[in-house]
Structures are given as C-alpha cells and as structure tokens.
Ligand binder design. Sequence first.
Ligand code: PLP
Length: 486
Amino acid sequence: MIYRSTRSEHRASAPEAVLQGIAPDGGLYVPESFPDFDWQGCLRCPPTEISARVLAALLPGCGDAEGLVDKAYFGKFSTPLLCPLVRVGGLWSLELYHGPTSAFKDVALSVLPRLISEARRRSGIETIHILTATSGDTGKAALEGFHDVPGTEITVFFPADGVSPVQQAQMVTQEGSNVHVLAVEGNFDDCQRGVKEAFAQIKTELPAGAALSSANSINIGRLAPQLAYYFMAYAELLRQNVIRLGEPVDFSVPTGNFGDILAGYYAKKLGLPVGRLLCASNANRVLTDFLRTGVYDTRRPFFTTDSPSMDILVSSNLERLLFDALGGDTAEVCRCMDALSREGVYTVPEAAMERIRESFVGYTCDDARGRSMIRSIWEQQHYLCDPHTAVGFAAAEDYLAETGSKTPLVVLSTASPFKFAGAVLQALGVRPHGDGFRQMQQLSTLTGLTVPEKLRELSRKKVLHRDRIARSAVTEAVRQIVRGER
Ligand SMILES: *Cc1c(COP(=O)(O)O)cnc(C)c1O
C-alpha cells in the first residue's frame, strides 16, 4: 500500500503519510492504487471489526488495527453499535454522533492519535506538533483524542466568531498538559489558510526531534476510519433484508471540507456497492455550483449559518477527487490549485466532470429550509436532527423528487441536535432562552430527549484558554508553541 501526492511523483508509506499529514509539495496523500479488499466478508463482522479490517487494508504498518480500534472506541461511544442506523420515514439516518464530543468527527479522531503515536514511535521522532484548523467540531474531537498523548502537542485554531457557544465551551475548557487552543479573528478559511502557511514556514525551523502533522481531514489517517461506517450502514441494511448483497445504496452527506463524502467514494473504491453520493451544502454552496458547472469559484460572500461546521468555501479534500477524476494528472491538479490560491477559481475539464457526476450530485439548503426540515421531520417522524443533518435530509428530499429513485437512501447524521440547541429550538418554533446550556435543557424538556452527558457536564468546567489572535498571527503562534514559548 503506497501513498502518493496529488501534486507530484512524491511517494510515502502509510505511516509516513499519517505522520506528515500533508505531502512536502503541498499536495494530499492518496492511495497509489486501492488494495484488494474482502468487502463482502467484512459485512458479516461487528462494527469494530469492520473498522479494523478497513484500517488494516488502507493503513498497513500503523500498528495492530484490531487492538487500536478496540482502545479507540471501547467505553468512549455510548452504544456498542458505534453508528446506529435508524429508519426515518422512507429514509435511514446513520447516527455518527454517539462519541465523546457528540459529532461524527469522533469516529476518526478517536483513532488518529493512536495511528500517529504508533507511527511516531517507529520513526524515532520525539514530539509531533498537531496543528488543526476547525470550523467547530474537529477542534474538540482532536483535543479529546490527543490530550495527554505522550510525544504529541495539540494546537487548535478556531474562528473567534464562527462557532456555536457549546462548541466554543467544549474547546476552551479542554484540560491536558499538551493542549493549545487559540481563537482567530477570521473565519474557518482564514484558520485553514493560516495553518497551511504555518506548515510551509515552520517546517524548515523545527528543532531536532520535532515534526508537524495535522488532525484535519487532509490527513489520510483521519479519512481511513471514516470509510468504516459506510460498510456498517450497508451491513445493517443487509441484516434488515432491505437490500440483497450487491445492490446499491445511496448516501446523502452534509458536506464541508469534503472529507466525509470522499470516505464514501473511497468505500466504493474498496468494492462497496455505493450508488450516488449526495453532496449536501448549506448556503455556502460552492460545491453545489461546482458539481453543476465544473467551475469551482470561491469569489462570493461567505455566510455564517446554522450549520457552522459546513461554513467553508475551500473544501480541501476535493483535491483528492480531482486527482482521481483527472486520471492522476498531477500537472492538471497543480494548475487548478494554483489558480485557486491565486484567483480563487478554477475550471475542471468536462471529461473529468462527467466522471465525477457518475458518483456525485450536489444540493444546497439555506437556513430557512433547514429549519423547516427539522420541524417537519420532528412533527411527522418524531425524529430530532441537528442543522447539519437537516441539510442532508433536504438533499435527500430534492434528489428523490428529481429522480424518483427507489434505491435505499442513507442520510449521514453528523451531530447531536443538542450541540446546536438554539437553532433547533427556533426550528421547532420556540424562542431559545439563556446560554447554550440553558437551551440544551430547554430542548430536552420540549422533546423529552436526554442531553448527552458530556455536553451537560460542560457548564461546570473552567475556561482554561482565552487567547485570541489576528488571522495573520497564526504562523507566529505556531513558532512560539514549537519553541515551547507559549
Ligand atoms: C465536519 C462536519 C461536517 C462536514 O464534514 P466534512 O468532512 O468536512 O465534509 C458536517 N457536519 C458536522 C456536524 C461536522 O462536524
């Protein structure tokens, strides 16, 4: 299993790719080719075993997959199913939010620290500095995964005014001796750009024995664990006799950085009969327009929405799909990425777009529609979904209306509604009261559902991180952290 950069002939082993996060040429690591995988055999396994098999196939040399997965999930998820599949009307909801931070990123970020730790041990590096830009959920899930992991320092940059109060509380109360949390005066794209620049700058200044890596979904070690739940969903539909082996299943994926949905595409590459992947965007509909026109154009206003973890204009993982659709033409990938950083726009050749459209279709949903989705699903199905997931349900509705498809359709449910209680209350026609914690309680009283314990505990935690920096100061902050001065 060899990994290669999307931007040059550079190659790396799986542990090297996991350690580096991003390739030296600025490209992303992708499999040179996908391994032969016994996908049918894996469907008969329990969830953690599915996970272990996928990891062993994609990331050989990163430790014992079975032991790693057991330690990553045992006692951390509130259900042994990890990701339960729930019937909602004519659709299925794959609940990915039963981990410690109540968002789907726990599935991968419970595993990644262990992969990085193992790769670090083998490489002889003393300290890995993990840099993470977050639109809200990655930050806490990364902190939860990396805090007090020996040989790592974890630094999270979040947009000062771009995350929900609960997301912010989750991050700024994080305990641990190796933890840095900084608010950046800007949006998620500013954080992500800052981190990418810091990577490029600091790489040459690192003290001996230190290295940089990333917990963002640009890291292949972050992406690989996410393939597993596509297999889990398929296995469950088989068990319930909804499908027969080999029949396709469609997935609707609330999308931001394009990691989650790309994992679905990679699951298809490993053999899973994935049909259509619905790329569900909020009002920041760059991807919807791209899938329709072939032009990726970020020159547009940025909206702050009810689904902050999807408030993204530059979806990093799309580069991996481009590489694939362009048949591995690195020069063409470089041309697109150069145009993106210089002009904020690029156009993909029509032949490649046709290949992309065989698997992907894009939909968009603004906050008003999202809120009416939350309300109607609650009123008609007595099922409560969060604002991100609502965008996925809206895409599913649009797709079915447009195509009349009879293929089973699974909506990836990416966060607990309690994490975004204010918006959910408003969707249900109720005025939210007080801070995020009061609102969680209010939502619980209204719906009769229980607030996840870890979220409830938050209100009693002390704020430990108050740093706020300019968007131009990310590199300097990283420099200080690497030198032990911050
Ligand atoms: C991160 C996130 C998304 C978007 O996932 P990507 O992999 O970035 O596309 C959607 N919903 C929630 C709740 C998230 O935290």
